[in-house]
Design a protein around this ligand. Structure first.
Ligand code: GDG
Length: 478
């Protein structure tokens, strides 16, 4: 394999002492980059006043990896990032057409920044390099590179779900989105449902389909060879994993951090249920709080004996829907605590701040139930982290939304429909009353799966598939 060039909206750059940022994706991709040598390119996270030029590119090096960062202008951040990526693509791909606010201005900003990324990447690319582009911010990037003559293998991985055709078609430029993806050699999805939705969009639009020599959906729902917009390329599923063994060890070693000790002491032997999510409407936090209230109503013997700890660090607070949601969650949690609470017991502890990684791992292990109930989620790594963190002798139970990508993999979870608070309430009760034998057997199944399908496997299998993908073709999708 030649060098690897990874492109993502944000780049996890090591600190000045060379320490890697925590988090599985950063660690696994860094490992792949160190092995082959390469470049990680993306936005620095800084915005500068708009004076017509994007400013200089910043280079730094760590071993065999070169980090190349570009600033964005305030206008770019507003239109490309907060605008089109986070107010059109994110809601749409999470099936929230009602929250998608399309504007031509933001769409132009999105394509402008992708063109700027392509211009800045061009001088860095050598003929044998393999290019791996991440996520919905950068869908048009391969097409922009092809227009500039790049013939290298280029892969894309979508971290979020792909929506059903009728939802995608609600955005005025859905055809440009579809067309852009066909410039890649390999398009990676989290689950077979996402890939199936994507192929259905091509078929419904009459622009592409599986090739005659592709496996059919029945033969293999995880792999397809496609022809669309005059190009032949591959689509495949690669459910993202975590650094399972390391996270399990971290949790086992984090049972007595100050935060975990304080938590245990204050619980006084009550059962803990944990929810951990960026404060995002896709995560279904309001539905979860309502389901927990229903659970208490249906199970009076649990009143006073179970606490839900909801950790929800703020996210994208420059987008109005996120600020509204923060107010909604505070009000709902306050309502449940006011109506159901007692002098010596608060049903919901809501923390609108980030918890350090060690304590998070220890808290997962402390909790009898991991309550992971997104309304829609590409994968959901919290579900996997909760499983990895459990004590093998006395594991807790994962209650998981059927609409998380992780539900396609974690067969030992208690699945629920987060829109149905009655059913979610029953799932919580079932989880709390499950026998040790059943808990162990469900946990073992999931843990064995996660140990094999960890983030390293995800990274190496994606890159191996990209290496095997169609021989480079010339030309863009024009
Ligand atoms: C996107 C897709 C897909 C959260 N709170 C704290 C904290 N976290 C960490 C978790 C976990 C990560 O953030 C969240 O990952 P998720 O996968 O759950 O969700 P997204 O951020 O929406 O990620 C998703 C993922 O990309 C990967 O492809 O699975 O579907 O939406 O690692 O632990 N970490 C710490 N303190 C917190 O308070 N330390």
């Amino acid at each position: 394999m030649g060098r690897l060039i990874v492109v993502s909206n944000r780049v996890p750059v090591p600190d000045k002492d060379g320490n890697m940022p925590a988090g599985g994706l950063a660690v696994a991709v860094h490992a792949a980059l160190q092995e082959s040598g390469g470049i990680w390119f993306g936005w620095s996270g800084r915005s500068v006043e708009d004076n017509g030029t994007p400013g200089p590119v910043e280079h730094s090096r760590n071993g065999a990896i070169e980090y190349v960062l570009t600033d964005l202008s305030e206008r770019d951040v507003d239109e490309y990032y907060s605008g089109f990526a986070n107010r059109v693509l994110w809601p749409l791909f999470h099936c929230r057409i009602d929250l998608a606010e399309y504007s031509r201005r933001d769409k132009d900003g999105y394509f402008r920044v992708n063109r700027m990324f392509a211009d800045r990447l061009m001088p860095l690319i050598e003929p044998d390099d393999i290019i791996w582009i991440h996520d919905y911010h950068l869908i048009p990037l391969a097409d922009e590179l092809r227009r500039r003559g790049v013939q290298n293998r280029i892969g894309f991985f979508l971290h979020i779900p792909w929506p059903p055709a009728d939802i995608l078609f609600a955005t005025p430029i859905y055809d440009q989105i579809l067309k852009s993806l066909s410039a890649y050699d390999l398009v990676g999805f989290q689950t077979d449902h996402d890939m199936d939705n994507y192929i259905s969009c091509l078929i419904r639009e009459g622009v592409g389909d599986r090739t005659a020599d592709s496996p059919t959906a029945k033969e293999d729902p995880s792999r397809a060879k496609l022809s669309a917009y005059g190009r032949t390329f591959h689509a495949q599923t690669f459910g993202i994993g975590i650094e399972t063994a390391d996270f399990a060890a971290l949790a086992a070693a984090s049972t007595d951090t100050d935060t975990v000790l304080d938590m245990r002491r204050s619980m006084g032997g009550r059962d803990l249920i944990i929810g951990v999510d960026r404060l995002d409407y896709s995560k279904g936090i309001p539905n979860r709080i309502m389901a927990f209230e229903r659970f208490l109503e249906l199970n009076p013997d649990r009143v006073g004996n179970v606490t839900l700890l909801q950790v929800a660090p703020p996210s994208r607070s420059d987008v109005p829907e996120y600020r509204d949601m923060q107010a909604e969650v505070e009000s709902l949690a306050g309502h449940v605590n006011g109506v159901m609470g007692r002098i010596d017991w608060t049903p919901i502890r809501y923390i609108n701040q980030s918890v350090d990684r060690n304590s998070l791992a220890g808290l997962y292990r402390e909790a009898r139930v991991g309550l992971v109930t997104p309304l829609r989620d590409g994968m959901n790594l919290v579900a996997k982290e909760y499983v990895a963190a459990q004590d093998p002798d006395d594991p807790g139970v994962l209650v998981l939304s059927r609409f998380a990508g992780a539900a396609r993999e974690l067969k030992g979870a208690v699945l629920c429909n987060p829109y149905d608070s009655e059913q979610t309430a029953r799932a919580i009760e079932w989880a709390l009353s499950m026998t040790l034998e059943e808990r162990r057997s469900r946990w073992r199944d999931m843990m064995d799966y996660l140990l094999v399908n960890d983030i390293q496997t995800w990274c190496t299998s994606y890159l191996a598939a990209l290496e095997r993908s169609a021989p480079p073709q010339t030309g863009s999708t024009e």
